[in-house]
Design a protein around this ligand. Structure first.
Ligand SMILES: [Zn+2]
Ligand SMILES: [Zn+2]
Length: 358
């Protein structure tokens, strides 16, 4: 007998939600709290925010996780593992101190608690830090890693900012410096996804820091968090129970049921990527299809606006064209995904459609 479906939350029967991930509050090195973030999300028309304070679940401990009006605040942590490796944990039950565990130990702990771990900002750099490279991260092939933060907005900006150029800090200058994930990060993502589910998520990494003696926050949340988002397809509407809703959101993200979109360039609403099998079924990212072969199937991408579309299979671009729709026949069994650019700027990355044997 099936249990009755839990009552829907404030988003009603909607099964597509949009939100900002990897946000900091006053409990780590940012400002504000769950309520501030929910207000910023409401102003930016986001449905959810994910808080990843450094090594603390204080937002949850003070009751901040759950629905704030129509906005879901979901919590995890940004784990500082040995070697100063930053990991984004979703849905973990406990927070350890910085450097307390190796990355591998952190993966295991969070998995035991029913959560998921992603590699944070594989590229980019901190404000005055050096560039991050592939060598900073020896744990890519660890099976406990659920995926990666494919695109981190502020770290991406920091790559293009110059501390000796004061204009670099101006909010109006930020968008012009954001580039999108570099080739090596996309290659690594495709390579891992060929072996196991390996989901991509977006990250704002916004802190809304308040400099000493200043009354205004630097990069206020409401100005930044709507710029780069994850658009998530849920299997069912989010429930009224806040912590349960957060768990369902996290499960959908870990399954790869989302796309990463730089919404400030244009809304990705209506963007669709699917594989049409020879027998007429549509498989979307995160809907893993047993041992089904993708051979003979067609990949289809549809965009709400004209863009430079591409279909990438097994790390190779198999079709690209400017338009609102692109199709390609699939040959191998590799994971396949779509990407879109607007005037040469990275805009949307779908997650992969993959088979269990692919
Ligand atoms: Zn970090
Ligand atoms: Zn962070």
């Amino acid at each position: 007998m099936n249990a009755p479906a839990p009552p829907n939350g404030p988003l009603g029967s909607r099964t597509e939600v949009v939100g900002a991930l990897h946000l900091h509050t006053r409990h780590s090195d940012g400002t504000g709290d769950a309520r501030t973030l929910a207000r910023a999300a409401e102003a930016t028309r986001l449905d959810f925010v994910v808080v990843n304070d450094h090594d603390t679940l204080a937002v949850r401990a003070e009751g901040g996780e759950g629905w704030h009006g129509r906005v879901l605040v979901a919590t995890g942590t940004e784990i500082t593992a040995e070697g100063n490796r930053h990991l984004l944990a979703h849905g973990n039950a406990t927070a350890a101190g910085p450097y307390e565990f190796s990355a591998a130990e952190a993966f295991e702990r969070v998995a035991r608690e029913g959560g998921h771990v992603y590699a944070a900002h594989p590229y980019g750099r901190g404000l005055l830090g050096r560039r991050r490279t592939l060598q900073d991260w020896p744990d890519w092939d660890h099976p406990g890693l659920a995926g990666l933060e494919l695109w981190n907005y502020l770290q991406d900006w920091a790559l293009g900012f110059r501390w000796w150029q004061p204009a670099s800090y101006r909010l109006e200058e930020v968008a012009g410096r954001v580039q999108g994930p570099p080739r090596w990060v996309l290659d690594l993502w495709d390579r891992e996804a060929a072996r196991r589910p390996f989901a991509a998520i977006s990250g704002s990494d916004n802190h809304a820091k308040r400099p000493p003696l200043s009354t205004a926050a630097f990069f206020p949340h409401e100005e930044v968090i709507g710029r780069l988002v994850s658009r998530v397809r849920l299997e069912r509407p989010l429930p009224a129970d806040g912590p349960a809703a957060a768990r369902e959101l996290f499960a959908a993200l870990a399954a790869g049921r989302s796309l990463v979109a730089r919404e400030e360039l244009g809304s990705s609403a209506g963007f669709d990527f699917r594989v049409q099998t020879a027998d007429g079924r549509a498989i979307r990212p995160g809907e893993e299809e047993g041992s089904t072969s993708l051979a003979g199937a067609r990949a289809v991408v549809e965009s709400p606006r004209e863009a430079e579309l591409a279909i990438v299979s097994g790390g190779r671009t198999i079709a690209s064209a400017r338009g609102r729709r692109l199709e390609a026949a699939l040959e191998g069994n590799g994971p396949v995904r779509a990407e879109a650019r607007l005037d040469g700027k990275a805009w949307v990355f779908s997650n992969h459609v993959r088979t269990r044997n692919g």
